[in-house]
Design a binder for this molecule. Structure first.
Ligand SMILES: Cc1cc2nc3c(=O)[nH]c(=O)nc-3n(C[C@H](O)[C@H](O)[C@H](O)COP(=O)(O)OP(=O)(O)OC[C@H]3O[C@@H](n4cnc5c(N)ncnc54)[C@H](O)[C@@H]3O)c2cc1C
Length: 398
C-alpha cells in the first residue's frame, strides 16, 4: 500500500511537494485553506535552471513558460541607459507556474476550504487536525503553508517573521497601452533604476490567459522603497480604521496611500517607470518580512517553501527554492526507510541552502538603505553597488 502524505497549502510550494511525492509513488492529498482556486497573484517570477529541471522532472513541464529577456539595463532618472549586461533569462508569472503544477494533481486529491490547525504524532504515524474539527491519519505532513505557517507555528513557536524596513509596490501595465518610445526603451529588457533609498526593477511577462504574443504581454513593475514601522502601520490601516496584521488585501489599500505613492513615484522614479506606472492597473504593496527556521523537520513533519525560510524577493528564489525543497524531500524519502531519518536528512540538506538565499537576499535588500542622504546618487547614475545589484539580482544561490 502507498505511503500517505498530507500537504498543508496549495500554492506553489504545496503543489511541488505533491507532484514530487506522487512521482515517488506516495498517495498525496493537498489541503488549501482558500475556498477558491488560487490565481491571479499577478507576480512576475524569475526562473532559474533548477526550476526548469524541477518542472520537467515532476511532470508539470515548461510549455509556454514565459518571455525570454536577453539584457539587463540600468537607467538614470531621465531614462538613459547607464549600464548594460547580457543576461538571458526566462521570466514567467506565478499564475503560469501554478497552472502547470495544478494540472497534474487530480481534483479528488486537492481540497479547497480546508485549514490545517495542527498535528500529533507517534512512532506509527501522524494525525493532522483541521479547523472544522475533523482529523486525518497519514505517514507524513508537509507544511507548505507559507510565511505565516501554522505548521511552523507548532514546530518552532519562537520563529516570527521580522519586518525588513521596506515595502514593495507592484503593478502591471498592458503592453498595448505603453507608448512606442517607452516600449522601445524598456519593454524587452530586465530593467533597473537604482537611486539612493530605492530599488526599481521591471521585466515583461505574459498577458492575461498566459498570452505570450507581442502586443498582448504585460510589464511587471517592482519598486522597493523604505518605510518606517509607524508609517507601515498607517499604510496597513483600511478606510474603516481596521489595521491589518502584516499585509493588507490590495482592494483595501486607502486612496490616500495610493495617492502618496504616486506623488513619491513622480518625484523619485526614472521617467519611463513613471510612464509605466501611470498605465498600470491599480498598484498594490507588500511589506517585506523575513524569517529562517532553525530546522525543517520534526519527526514526521517537514517544512517546505516559504513556511521553511523566506528569502526576500531580490534573489527571485521563492519558487525555485520551494521546487528544490520538494525534490530533495521526495529523494530523501526514497533513500531512507525511516521517515524521521529521511526528514532529518532533508532538513540537513535544505536548511543551509535556504539560509544562503536568506542571507544573500538580505544583503541585496540592504543596498536600498545605503547612503540615502547622499546627493551623489539621486539620479541612479552613481550607485556604488550598481554592478553587484545588476549581476546578483534574481540569481540562484541554490
Ligand atoms: C514582490 C515579490 C516578488 C517575488 N518574485 C519572485 C521571483 O521572481 N521568483 C520566485 O521564485 N519567487 C518570487 N517571489 C516569492 C514567491 O511568490 C513564493 O516564494 C512562492 O509562491 C512559494 O510560496 P509557498 O507555496 O511556499 O507559500 P505561499 O505562496 O505563501 O502559499 C501558502 C499557501 O498555504 C495556504 N495556507 C496557509 N495556512 C494554511 C493552513 N493552515 N491550512 C491550509 N492552507 C494554508 C495559503 O492560503 C497559501 O495558499 C516573490 C514574492 C514577492 C512578494
Amino acid at each position: 500500500m502507498s505511503r500517505r502524505a498530507v500537504i498543508a497549502g496549495g500554492s506553489i510550494g504545496g503543489l511541488f511537494a505533491a507532484a514530487m511525492l506522487r512521482k515517488s509513488g506516495w498517495a498525496v492529498d493537498v489541503f488549501e485553506r482558500s475556498d477558491v482556486e488560487l490565481s491571479g497573484r499577478g507576480a512576475g517570477i524569475v526562473t532559474h535552471a533548477e526550476l526548469l529541471d524541477a518542472l520537467t522532472f515532476c511532470g508539470a513541464g515548461t510549455k509556454d513558460l514565459g518571455v525570454t529577456v536577453e539584457k539587463r539595463v540600468a537607467f538614470d532618472f531621465e531614462g538613459n541607459p547607464v549600464r548594460q549586461i547580457d543576461f538571458p533569462q526566462i521570466v514567467t508569472s506565478w499564475d503560469r507556474v501554478h497552472t502547470l503544477l495544478r494540472r497534474i494533481i487530480p481534483g479528488n486529491h486537492h481540497h479547497l476550504n480546508r485549514q490545517i490547525t495542527g498535528y500529533r504524532q507517534d512512532a506509527s504515524g501522524i494525525t493532522v487536525t483541521f479547523s472544522d474539527g475533523s482529523d486525518l491519519d497519514a505517514d507524513i505532513l508537509v507544511g507548505a503553508d507559507g510565511f505565516r505557517s501554522s505548521v511552523r507555528g507548532q514546530m518552532h513557536p519562537q520563529v516570527k517573521p521580522v519586518f525588513s524596513g521596506y515595502v514593495v509596490w507592484r503593478a502591471l501595465a498592458n503592453e498595448s497601452d505603453i507608448p512606442e518610445a517607452i516600449h522601445k526603451r524598456v519593454f524587452d529588457k530586465f530593467g533597473f533604476y537604482l537611486p539612493a533609498g530605492n530599488q526599481i526593477i521591471g521585466y515583461p511577462i505574459a498577458g492575461p490567459g498566459n498570452d505570450l504574443r507581442p502586443g498582448h504581454r504585460r510589464y511587471n513593475f517592482v519598486w522597493y522603497t523604505a518605510v518606517g514601522q509607524d508609517k507601515l502601520t498607517k499604510m496597513l490601516t483600511d478606510a474603516t480604521g481596521r489595521t491589518h496584521t502584516m499585509s493588507i488585501p490590495p482592494p483595501l489599500i486607502r486612496a490616500d496611500v495610493l495617492s502618496d505613492m504616486y506623488s513619491k513615484a513622480r518625484a523619485t522614479l526614472s521617467r519611463p517607470f513613471v510612464e509605466l506606472l501611470d498605465r498600470s492597473e491599480r498598484p498594490f504593496f507588500t511589506p517585506i518580512y523575513d524569517h529562517a527556521s532553525p530546522g525543517l523537520n520534526d519527526g514526521r513533519v517537514a517544512l517546505c517553501g516559504d513556511a521553511a525560510i523566506v528569502a526576500r524577493p531580490h534573489v527571485g528564489m521563492g519558487v525555485t527554492k520551494a521546487a528544490c525543497d520538494a525534490r530533495v524531500l521526495a529523494e530523501m524519502l526514497d533513500t531512507f526507510a525511516s521517515i524521521p531519518e529521511a526528514l532529518a536528512a532533508y532538513s540537513d540538506d535544505r536548511c543551509g541552502k535556504g539560509y544562503n538565499a536568506f542571507i544573500r537576499s538580505r544583503e541585496l535588500g540592504s543596498y536600498i538603505f545605503g547612503d540615502t542622504d547622499s546627493q551623489a546618487n539621486k539620479d541612479g547614475r552613481n550607485n556604488p553597488n550598481i554592478e553587484t545589484i545588476m549581476r546578483d539580482t534574481a540569481v540562484t544561490t541554490a
